[in-house]
Every structure is written in C-alpha cells, then in structure tokens.
Design a protein around this ligand. Structure first.
Ligand code: NAP
Length: 513
C-alpha cells in the first residue's frame, strides 16, 4: 500500500512513526497509509515564509489571479482521475461534484474576481484618503499588505478537495504561502489533487506545502505573522483556541466548526402549495448528498404543528426511494459514511438524540446495501427522528454527522425562530415561505445567530443553489458553536490574509501608494 508522503521545503518527504491504514468506505479495502509525524516542521514553515512568501510578493494581484486561472484550467483536465479516487471516500459522482468540481470551481471564481476586481498592484487600499489637517498637507489612508507568515490550513475529512482549494485561493491572491494539513481519513484524495498542482509547474516555488501526517508539532511552529484556518469539530476547536501560538505569539486563528443547521417551513404553507414539495426536496437532498456529511446539512427540521404528520409522511415516502450502496454503482443514490469509526460515532450520537426523540424512519442497526459490503463498509440508513418537544435539549446540542434529521413542531413561528437559536450559532438556516412578513421576521430574528440565511419559494427554487451549497461569492462561517469564523464571501476573504495599516503623511505620497 502506498504510504502518503508530504511536500515540505520544496520537496517530497517521507514521514515517520506509526502508520495508520486508510480504507475504502464501501469495501473496507486498504487504500493508503498515513504516517503519524513528519520531523522538523519548523524548518519547513521557515522555507515557506522565506521562499514562498517572497516569490508571491514579487507578483501583483492580477498576476497571482492569472496563475489561479491557469491552475483551475489544468485541474479541470484531471477531474475524472480525481473522481476515481473520490469514490474511496464513499462519495457518489454527485457528491464528488460538490467537493472536487466545487473546489476547482471555487478556484476559478477567485481567479476571475481577482482579475476583474483587484488592482494590478502589490498593495490594496481600503477607503479614501482622510484629510487630517486644516491646510490639507497632512492626511491618512488605510492599506492592506500580505502577512509575512504561512497560511496554515487544517481541514476536516468531508471536503478533502474543496476544503484545500477554498482556503488556498484567497491566501494565494493575498500573497501568502499555504501549508495544507488534510484530515487523515481522506488525505489520499487531497494528496492526489495536490500532486497534480505541483506537477503542473504552475505555482511559484514554496507557495504551497502539504503535511500528510498527524498534526504533531504544527501549532508549536506557528509564529506571529502566520494564520491558521481550521475546519473540524467544535471539540477540536476548543482545544486549539488556547494554544500559545494564538494566546502568546498572536498568530491569527479562524475556525469553522460543527453546526446544528435548521430548515423552517413557514406557517403560511399548506399541503396544496408547491412549497411543501420544495421543502421536502431540500431536506432529502441535504440528508443524502455526501450521506449528510456536510457541515451545512440540515439537522433540525422546524414545522408548524399542523404539518408534522404531512411532513414526516412525505419524508418517509421520499427516503424509501433512496438506494444505499457502493458509490460506484449506477443506481446508488447514497454512499456510505467515510469510515466505520465515523459510523460508530454517528450511532452513539443518534442514541443520545433518542433520549429526547422517537424514531420515525430508518433502522440504526441495519440497511439494505446495493453493490457494497455491508459487513466491512460504513453504511447507514437515512434516519428521521421526531422530537418530544420543541425545546428538548438533545436536538439542539448533538450533531449527528450523517443522514439524520430531527423534526420539531412549533405552534407560533416566533417560537420556531427562538428554537432555531438554541443551536447556539449555526452556519446556515433556511425558510420556505411565500409571506414576506415572515421572511423579514426570520432575517431579523436569526441573522445574529447565523452566517448565512436562505429563503425559498416557488418563485426562486429552480434557480436556487440550495440550503447546503457554499458559494464562493457568499460568506461561509457562523457565530458561537459554528466556530465564530468567516471564510469566502468573495474578495472579503482575501484580506483575512493581509494586515490593515493606517498610513499618515503627505496626501501626494499617500495618493501614489
Ligand atoms: P476533527 O476530528 O475535529 O478533525 C479536523 C482536523 O483537525 C483534522 O485534520 C485532524 O487531523 C485535525 N486535528 C485533530 N486534532 C488536532 C490537534 N490537536 N491539533 C491540530 N489538528 C488537529 O473533525 P473531522 O472529524 O475531520 O470533521 C468532522 C467535523 O467537522 C464535523 O463536526 C463537521 O461539522 C465539521 N465541519 C465543519 C465545516 C465548516 O466549514 N464549518 C466543514 C466540514 C466539517 P487528523 O485527521 O490527522 O486527526
């Protein structure tokens, strides 16, 4: 079995320590092995800062954007190879379109925005010159320059390609070198795409590195000008926040953590309205795509108490059509979870949810599997739970990271909005309504608790990108439990990798900057 190597200090290097076997999610067959450590990370980061940083800062924003454009075109030509590897993670072709095609598409959007909207310059200005004296000979201006460190990214297992590229693109545009640390479980897919990025010869030396190993020693090597963009569980985030790299050395930390996203059916929707189908379609899509292993997937389904039976019946009927199995199968519509350990964790979480809920659809211990190995694969049935009470604790606290939703009923929509806030900060909430008053109240009540809101009805549903899809143009992140961070949002994310400085002096000089 291949042992994954890392790309550090401008060369491929072997790791050491214990090896962990990485297995195909559907068959359990070993795909690769990953070492636990790569020694001397501090020197590798220093190489990225010195060589990668200075190479990138020789270029203007436009030149860097052009490189991203060339890279996205190059990777597009290799999509079929990446999709073949992606099947090992349990992803169907449709799932891969979110991670693989979505990641390369994100690169292309940043390239295009950089070419069209950023200056052919090395410094970015922020706002107008501010006069600071009566005579006009003393003024001030704000500028952004690239931070002089490394943009380290630590990613979750569920987006091995998109996670790498959506963080890399804004850092590269800003002029910071990147170090990618993929989650071990799916690191072989990140590795395959990364290798193609290096082999393309398109990227400047030192501008990207890969740590395909455990994280030991990585945070200890971060310095003041470095940044860490982390995606993963709330538990890992809380352990990392207090690391002295951030508390003492002042490296920047951005976190995207787990989230109990909700979707709300408006009180105005009746079974005769098309909007009920739109709502059901959205919930089923979010449950089944990537087998529910999306940080933005719907976990809580809030419906008027008069509609609970209709909603549950429609969900059960639609879920009975889902074909669970090997993602390579032509008829399969939902693949397995990424690994059997992830399935064990999901089962434990669902059992915790069942202290406050009852099971309305699915079997926690059995599922019919098409073209896969039910014994060694990580298959699970889609599951629908019904909460005993809108304000029961577990559904607002336990994240079941898989194809699981909890239906909860409200009598007044304001009560539903209040329940939505009990997730303690989420990435996304959606509402299906035709009533603009309800939509306005949703936006006013839930914006402070969410990074993104989506409002759908029959007028926009065909054009809508959907509840769970993160668009590079729009903000991704959320307050509280969701990590409190911000990614994407178009060029807003570029300045996360830059330092804003107020420069005061003569207006003629400031104008030249
Ligand atoms: P995880 O266990 O927290 O791991 C995430 C990453 O952190 C992995 O690369 C892991 O490396 C690394 N890591 C673990 N301990 C570390 C430490 N002490 N120091 C530095 N790095 C460390 O999460 P996961 O199981 O991969 O992903 C699932 C979770 O991610 C879910 O809760 C989901 O909601 C969340 N998620 C959030 C978003 C978002 O954008 N908000 C997106 C996707 C997923 P190893 O794999 O090598 O241990």
């Amino acid at each position: 079995m291949p042992v994954l190597d890392s790309y550090l200090g401008g060369k491929w290097r072997h790791g050491s320590g214990a090896l962990t076997a990485l297995r195909d999610a559907a068959t359990g067959v070993e795909v690769a092995q990953i070492p636990s450590v790569v020694p001397d990370l501090a020197a590798s980061l220093e190489f990225a800062r010195n060589v990668g940083g200075s190479e990138l800062r020789k270029l203007t924003f436009t030149e860097r954007a052009q490189i991203l454009k060339d890279l996205s075109k190059h990777l597009l030509g290799h999509i079929d190879e990446f999709v073949d590897v992606s099947y090992h993670t349990g992803a169907t072709r449709k799932d891969a379109s979110v991670d693989v095609d979505g990641g390369i598409g994100t690169l292309a959007v940043f390239a295009s925005k950089g070419i069209k909207q950023l200056p052919d310059a090395k410094i970015l200005t922020d706002g107008e010159i501010e006069p600071l004296s009566k005579g006009g000979e003393f003024s001030g201006k704000h500028i952004y320059t690239p931070r002089r460190g490394v943009a380290v990214q630590i990613n979750a297992y569920n987006f091995p390609v998109w996670g790498m590229l959506e963080k890399f693109a804004p850092a590269f545009l800003a002029g910071m070198p990147t170090l990618v640390k993929p989650a071990s479980q799916t690191a072989y897919l990140t590795h395959a795409v990364f290798r193609e990025m290096i082999d393309s010869g398109i990227l400047p030396e030192g501008s990207i590195s890969l740590l395909a190993a455990g994280p030991t020693g990585l945070l200890d090597s971060l310095l003041t000008q470095d940044t860490l963009a982390f995606t993963g569980s709330a538990k890992t985030v809380s352990a990392l926040r207090s690391h002295h790299a951030f508390t003492q050395r002042g490296a920047r930390f951005n976190a995207e953590a787990d989230s109990l996203n909700c979707s709300i059916l408006g009180p105005d929707i009746t079974p005769e309205d098309d909007e009920l189908d739109i709502f059901i379609d959205q919930v089923v899509e979010e449950m089944t795509i990537k087998a529910g292993q999306k940080c933005t997937a719907i976990r809580r389904v809030l419906v008027p108490d008069t509609q609970v039976d209709n909603v549950v019946e429609a969900l059960c009927s639609r879920l009975s059509e889902v074909i669970v199995g090997n993602p390579r199968g032509q008829t399969v519509t939902m693949g397995p979870l990424v690994s059997r350990s992830q399935r064990d964790e999901l089962i434990a979480n669902v059992n915790e949810l069942l202290t406050d809920c009852r099971l309305a659809y699915g079997d926690l211990t059995r599922v019919k599997v098409t073209e896969g190995n039910a014994e060694s694969g990580a298959f699970i049935s889609p599951l629908v739970l019904i909460a005993n009470d809108l304000f029961s604790t577990a559904p607002h606290q336990v994240e079941p990271f898989g194809p699981v939703v909890t239906v909860m009923s409200y009598s007044q929509v304001e009560e539903g909005f209040l329940a939505a806030t009990l997730g303690n900060g989420s990435l996304v909430a959606s509402l299906v309504t035709r009533d603009d008053q309800v939509a306005r109240s949703f936006v006013e009540s839930l914006s402070p608790w969410h990074g993104r809101l989506l409002i759908s009805n029959a007028d926009n549903s065909k054009a809508s990108t959907g509840h769970g899809i993160v668009m590079p143009q729009m903000l991704h992140g959320g307050p509280g439990r969701a990590g409190g961070g911000e990614e994407l949002g178009g060029l807003r994310s570029v300045v996360h990798y830059m330092q804003r400085t107020a420069v005061q002096g003569h207006p003629t000089f400031l104008d030249q900057l």
